[in-house]
Design a protein around this ligand. Structure first.
Ligand SMILES: O=C(O)[C@H](O)CO
Length: 441
């Protein structure tokens, strides 16, 4: 899966880091996950710990979206075969399917193509009745891919607000609180359209802690956020929204639109959501590879957030501590983490959070004599706006030029010049970042 593996595997330690990254991505791939967590025996469909009697339904539909949604639909088809009657998903990475229509959409910004594709999903959702079982594919990236702007709001309005909040460094919970209130489907509204059908959410989480109301803007999850909170987010980041957005959110007025359905809403009586994969899935598989290769795995955290370069410096410091003092663990050790770091852009360069993480770590590995190797990727294969998944570095990547590139947020250009970028292409999954720091003896 790592296309330039040969160029990157400079030493056996580099090779182990690449193996661990590949294993992490593979473990979180829908084909692997669905095979392990979904099964059909006679008329009984098992998803995670829950059982559903297909005999109680006249039809089974697959509906949803997000970056891995095409691969999830294909994997569900492989398990359920002809028991699936149809459906539609919107994804950035189309795959071949037999019964579910896979629409290709745009990410990270929504487009008219996404809106058209989402109408297909919504039309089918509206036709679902009490005899329908809906497998709702809820995966990261769906906030952009599943786009059904609220009345009066255009795609340009959505793009302007999304862009503004992303650049300003809003958190995903803040961004999605706004997106939910500009949509006809997010924040539990897909569940409202699907009722009275039985809805089973098949969730792949790319958000730290798996908050169902935030992953993909929670189309099938209760939502406690409000119009007032959405307005407060725009104010906090000093966003001057388009007029239609002000109008919709009721900025400056009381606002009289119905809120998104909250946890007490009867809409969720027929909804079960199951998180089948998340960052932990990838970290655990990477840890197993480290252990097999003789590196004691230590999971630092699956919840690393904040500025990527700060996280890179801190994790490099922990690796150096292991190397110099054998504390908290004597080498050989594999330090693993997941989560989602961000970059506050102040320079003019190119690069994503995983590349900044790796470059910052590489600049802080002085005197480690090549015994520390740092790999960091976004498991979807796309690190921020970059086409690479991330980077693999060691001490030799550091130096004045590296520090200057970091200062200009130009990690991608610099690491490409050093042949340090990890290239996978879109992987078909999306469970956020995976980092592996190997400390050799
Ligand atoms: O689509 C989204 O909202 C993000 O990927 C988080 O799930």
């Amino acid at each position: 899966m790592i296309r330039n593996r040969d160029a990157l595997a400079r030493t056996p330690t580099h090779g182990v880091a690449l193996d661990a990254i590949e294993a992490g991505i593979e473990a979180a791939h829908p084909e692997t996950v669905v095979t392990e967590t979904v099964s059909l025996s006679g008329d009984t469909l098992s998803i995670a710990d829950e059982r559903y009697d297909l005999d109680s339904f006249e039809r089974v539909l697959v509906l949803g979206g997000g970056k891995p949604a095409g691969a999830v639909a294909a994997a569900l088809e492989a398990v359920l075969g002809e028991r699936i009657d149809g459906g539609a998903v919107v994804t950035a990475t189309p795959v071949e399917t037999n019964r579910v229509t896979v629409h290709e959409g745009t990410h990270p910004l929504p487009s008219e193509a996404n809106v058209r594709a989402t109408s297909d999903v919504l039309d089918r959702a509206r036709r679902a009745d009490e005899d329908t079982l809906v497998l709702a594919v809820i995966t990261g990236g769906a906030s952009a891919l599943l786009s059904a702007p609220a009345e009066g709001v255009t795609i340009e309005d959505l793009c302007a607000v999304t862009d503004g909040l992303l650049d300003a460094g809003a958190t995903i919970a803040e961004l999605n609180a706004v997106r939910k209130h500009l949509s006809r489907l997010k924040g539990g509204q897909l569940a409202r359209e699907l009722a009275p059908a039985m809805t089973v959410g098949v969730v792949f989480s790319d958000v730290v802690g798996n908050p169902l109301a935030v992953v993909a803007s929670g189309p099938t999850a209760p939502d406690s956020s409000t119009y007032a909170e959405a307005v407060a987010v725009l104010d906090r980041y000093d966003i001057d929204p388009p007029a239609a957005v002000c109008e919709r959110l009721g900025a400056g007025t009381a606002g009289d639109r119905p809120e998104t359905p909250d946890p007490d809403s009867a809409v969720f009586d027929g909804v079960d959501n199951h998180v089948l994969a998340d960052g932990q899935t990838a970290v655990d598989a990477a840890a197993a590879v480290c252990a097999d290769a003789g590196y004691e795995p230590v999971v630092l955290s699956t919840r690393v957030e904040g500025e990527a370069r700060e996280a890179g410096r801190r994790q490099a410091a922990i690796a150096r501590e292991c190397l110099v003092t054998d504390d908290p663990v004597a080498p050989p050790v594999g330090l693993l983490s997941g989560g989602e770091t961000t970059v506050t852009v102040t320079g003019d360069g190119d690069g994503g959070p995983n590349q900044e993480f790796a470059l910052a770590a590489g600049c802080n590995l002085d005197e480690t004599a090549g015994r520390v190797v740092v790999g960091s990727v976004d498991t979807d294969g796309v690190d921020g706006a970059s086409e690479a998944a991330g980077a693999l570095v060691e001490e030799t990547v550091g130096g004045q030029a590296a520090r200057e590139a970091l200062a200009d947020n130009d990690s991608e250009t610099f690491l490409r010049g050093q042949d340090r970028l990890i290239e996978t292409g879109p992987t078909g999954t999306n469970v956020n970042d995976l980092r592996v720091l190997l400390v050799g003896e």
